[in-house]
Design a protein around this ligand. Structure first.
Ligand code: HEM
Length: 404
């Protein structure tokens, strides 16, 4: 049996080479990443019980190989061990594969196309309330509720369940940012209860597994032909419930800040919605919302003169990889028409690459399209508040909005 215990880092003679707990503003992390990539590509951090931070694109892509690197031990820094192991993210292949296939089944292109008009409807309904306010926090009032409403549609939740998901998801994310473990535990419990409830409802009245993720997980079988164990099934539905709530508001917040600083680009994209798909990919590269998920190496490895022992947490800094000049020319510039834009790893890569990528892309594009269409201009009217690790980006973006 593979050793899945988590090795607390030995500080040894290492300095604290990367401190993600230091105060950050909208731009500061990118200079830190540039320095790390150039001078210290395998950086040792004292934060969160210690971890290694990989900052170069090539090293991170190599560490996304599930044969040699695991998500069983640590998949996120700081640790979320409080809330237990949840498939698919917390399992390695082959254990991971049947859960992932069951989720993918309910996220086909056809399924995403069916949800698309509903996303437009929700986006406009939120903007109907937001734009007349004149001044509002874009993340709080638009970026954060929209993903919960989209999830409600995708998971076929009842209106009151969607409301609970939105409120609990928001409380969970805020508490996580504030390291408020008690509130995280309470919110997590509520989400667990909701997953148990949704599973019971789908058992009593099964839906089409090509449409409904919970029914797809109930219909799936593991490699031995058995249904998923009840606790992992509930944990998986629990993970699916929240997994797509965190990143979209942060990406939208980052895009809004960028467009406030670049009003010409804001006007250009407003006049040319046909550019939005391409612009979105470039924004995802530039403002990758996950600073880094984690892995542990299955064997002892040497990398750039550092020795990483099995079980020691490794943060793969996706947000740094996507600004690596070895891969992306002028990496800090927003440029439409980059030939290799599809090489960005904002959605990860390999076995755990984001299952919700097609839905997330449509959701983000509609969000941006409707915001631009419903406004003549928007600008910042207060301080931008930043998230902490594992995310990177704003969690509060106060805007003054001029209606179209
Ligand atoms: C802008 C939006 C999003 C971004 C940037 C994003 C990014 C990511 C990343 C980087 C991972 C890989 C984690 C790793 O390497 O360990 C991931 C995993 C995952 N994402 Fe997303 N995500 C987004 C939205 C969504 C949405 C809307 C859904 C659901 C429909 C979703 C479902 C998942 C799932 C289920 C996994 C786990 C996949 C697995 O372990 O096989 N994500 N996401």
């Amino acid at each position: 049996m593979e050793d899945r215990s988590y090795a607390k880092m030995d500080r040894g003679s290492y300095a604290n080479e990367y401190d993600p707990t230091a105060p950050e503003d909208f731009d500061s992390s990118y200079q830190v990443f540039a320095d790390l990539r150039a001078k210290c590509p395998v950086a040792h951090s004292y934060a969160f019980d210690g971890f290694w931070a990989l900052s170069r694109y090539a090293d991170i892509v190599a560490a996304l190989d599930s044969d040699n690197f695991s998500t069983y031990v640590r998949n996120v820094i700081p640790s979320s061990s409080l809330t237990g192991r949840r498939p698919p993210l917390h399992l390695d292949p082959p254990d991971h594969t049947p859960y992932r296939k069951a989720i993918d089944r309910a996220l086909s292109a056809r399924r995403v196309a069916a949800i698309t008009p509903l996303i437009y409807r929700h986006a406009d309904a939120l903007l109907d309330k937001l734009v007349p306010l004149g001044e509002a926090d874009l993340v709080e009032h638009y970026g954060s509720p929209l993903p919960a409403l989209v999830f409600g549609e995708w998971m076929g939740l009842r209106a009151e369940q969607t409301q609970v998901l939105w409120e609990t998801g928001r409380a969970y994310v805020k508490a996580w940012e504030a390291f408020d473990r008690d509130t995280v535990a309470k919110a997590s419990k509520k989400l667990e209860q909701m997953s148990v409830e949704v599973i019971a409802e789908r058992r009593a009245a099964p839906r089409d597994p090509d449409v409904d993720p919970t029914s797809s997980l109930l219909a799936a079988r593991d490699a031995n032909g058995n249904a998923f164990p009840e606790h992992l099934l509930a944990a998986c539905v629990r993970q699916v419930l929240v997994v797509g709530l965190v990143a979209p508001p942060i990406v939208l917040g980052s895009i809004a800040v960028h467009l406030c600083r670049a009003p010409d680009l804001q006007s250009h994209l407003r006049m040319h919605p046909e550019l939005l798909d391409e612009a979105l990919e470039e924004f995802l590269r530039l403002y990758t919302p996950y600073r880094g998920f984690a892995r542990t190496s299955k064997t002892e490895i040497e990398l750039h003169g550092r020795t990483i022992r099995p079980g020691e947490p490794i943060a793969m800094m996706y947000a740094s990889a996507n600004r690596d000049p070895a891969v992306f020319e002028d990496p800090d510039e927003f440029k439409l028409g980059r030939k290799n834009i599809r090489d960005h790893i904002a959605f990860g890569r390999g076995a755990h690459r984001c299952a919700g990528m097609p839905l997330a892309r449509v959701e983000m594009k509609i969000t941006l399209e409707r915001l631009l269409a419903r406004t003549r201009h928007f600008e910042l009217c207060g301080p931008v508040v930043m998230s902490g690790m594992p995310e990177l980006g704003p969690i509060s973006v106060p805007l003054r909005l001029e209606p179209a």
